[in-house]
Design a protein around this ligand. Structure first.
Ligand code: BG6
Length: 471
């Protein structure tokens, strides 16, 4: 089996984790800008604590990140040197609409992204744009309660339409929301929700999700109207749950945990609210408020492809739920058969093959791996990093992807996460590094910000040059 010549090899970043310049050129404040790097971080991200409880001297890693806002030309040149065919980034909503309610978009924001995408095309790199990557204007959070409010659909659609019009011809591939299922777990960083104990939290989350899902379907509609050539995808934080044992209760629990995530893709890809959700809504006392034509909009405007991030698989056990720990946002029992990263994320390349097969069996739409990688501590010695551990991780996952393709799964691209080191979303650390390019900055933003090629840089260059043959 040979990978097709137009396969999209490359890497991914997100605006809030890379750009910095958080208040420059008229940019408004957005959700991740108010999430600090300390013990408050998890509570704020989950929506269980208000960002207002931060102090002035808390450190906010997105404020300078790796300064990609200013260094993008040099950075894209390095990615081009590796032979990238595709580069995924997000647009910071607040560079285009600083509060979210402006009538007209901000010209400096549009100019920045136009320049960035032109820079990509200069090297034959296809941009893939995430419209919202853990990113809501703080004004909309404070004034409207973010996605809990239906008005968000209009604000989002105005923003998305602006992007489709302004970058028509420059961007073909779009993702409406990064890891949409994360809203159930990290509700503030995922969707700008601040939750209070006296409300039905599940009701708020699913209502907000409903608004996002309507907005996503409308975005698909508008993107196709503006240019039928546009390809719009949804995105799942993927990684199937395995039953911890063959006890039927574990099997049932794993099935239900998987459904929690697939629920979103069932709607975005099949265009229907899945039948299994009725029981869950009843049990959790959830009553969604919908407009008459919401279901029709969802039915008529399903996505063109399904994007996914994959870092790990997960395990579900009825008996051991108290032993669960977080593995890339979702809770899991530790799987005794596979190793873990320094951050406790379990490493399971075969799980990628399994997950790809599940997704393709279920949806029969092209799949796009838009995040995969190993967050590790790197040591810069003599201007480079001997990151064989990263090469091993990526090699095994690419092999697993190829096996899935032999199984008959259609995969259109593979992007590594954090192709250039950036701020980690879970911890806010710089020291959790994913890149082929080392950025000289520590967890508190100290360092020269210079870029260095790691050993994996030449390795990935060879992988792309041989279209995945020489691993
Ligand atoms: C994904 C997110 O969940 O995982 C990224 O889309 C994130 O934003 C990535 O950076 C890796 O997680 P972390 O916490 O190691 O940065």
């Amino acid at each position: 089996m040979k990978i097709k010549d137009d396969f999209l090899w490359g890497g991914a970043i997100a605006a809030n984790q890379a750009e910095g310049a958080y208040a420059e050129d008229g940019k408004g404040l957005s959700t991740m800008d108010v999430v600090p790097m300390n013990q408050k971080r998890q509570f704020i991200k989950q929506g269980k604590m208000s960002y207002l409880q931060c102090q002035k001297d808390d450190y906010f890693p997105t404020h300078q990140a790796i300064d990609f806002y200013h260094t993008y030309k040099e950075d894209i040149r390095m990615l081009a040197e590796m032979g990238f065919k595709c580069f995924r980034t997000s647009i910071a909503w607040t560079r285009i609409y600083p509060t979210g309610i402006e009538e007209k978009p901000h010209s400096l924001g549009l100019q920045y992204y136009r320049d960035l995408f032109q820079e990509c095309h200069k090297y034959g790199i296809e941009p893939l744009v995430t419209i919202s990557h853990f990113d809501v204007p703080m004004y909309l959070v404070e004034t409207y309660g973010s996605w809990r409010n239906r008005k968000m659909i209009d604000f989002y659609i105005k923003y998305a339409k602006t992007l489709f019009e302004e970058f028509n011809g420059l961007v073909k591939y779009w993702i409406t929301f990064n890891e949409i299922n994360v809203i159930l777990h990290n509700s503030f960083s995922g969707a700008g929700l601040i939750l209070t104990d006296d409300e039905n939290l599940e009701q708020i989350k699913y209502q907000a999700a409903h608004h996002e899902l309507v907005a996503s379907a409308l975005a698909v509609k508008i993107a196709h109207q503006i240019n039928p050539y546009n390809q719009v995808g949804c995105m799942l934080a993927a990684g199937d749950y395995y039953p911890y044992t063959c006890h039927p209760e574990d099997v049932l629990l794993a099935m239900n945990r998987n459904r929690e995530s697939y629920f979103f893709i069932d709607i975005q890809s099949k265009g229907i609210y899945p039948s299994y959700i009725d029981r869950l809504f009843k049990e959790k006392n959830i009553q969604l408020s919908m407009y008459d034509n919401d279901l029709e909009i969802m039915k008529d405007h399903t996505v063109d492809f399904i994007a996914l991030s994959y870092y790990t698989s997960r395990c579900a056990s009825m008996q051991k739920q108290k032993d669960e720990s977080e593995a890339n946002v979702m809770k899991s029992i530790k799987n005794p058969y596979i190793p873990s990263s320094e951050w406790g994320w379990q490493i399971d390349p075969l799980g990628l093959r399994i997950t790809l097969n599940t997704l393709y069996d279920r949806y029969q739409k092209p799949l796009f791996i838009v995040e995969n990688g190993l967050g590790a501590k790197d040591e810069l010695i003599n201007g480079t990093v001997e990151d064989d551990y990263r090469i091993d991780y990526l090699r095994e996952h690419i092999k697993a992807m190829k096996e899935a393709m032999k199984d008959g799964v259609e995969v259109i691209g593979y992007l590594t996460w954090g192709c250039i080191d950036l701020v980690a979303a879970s911890t806010g650390q710089m020291s959790k590094r994913y890149g082929f390019v080392y950025v000289d900055r520590d967890d508190y933003g100290q360092g020269t910000n210079r870029r260095f090629k790691k050993k994996s840089f030449d390795w990935y260059k060879k992988v792309i040059a041989t279209n995945g043959e020489d691993l």
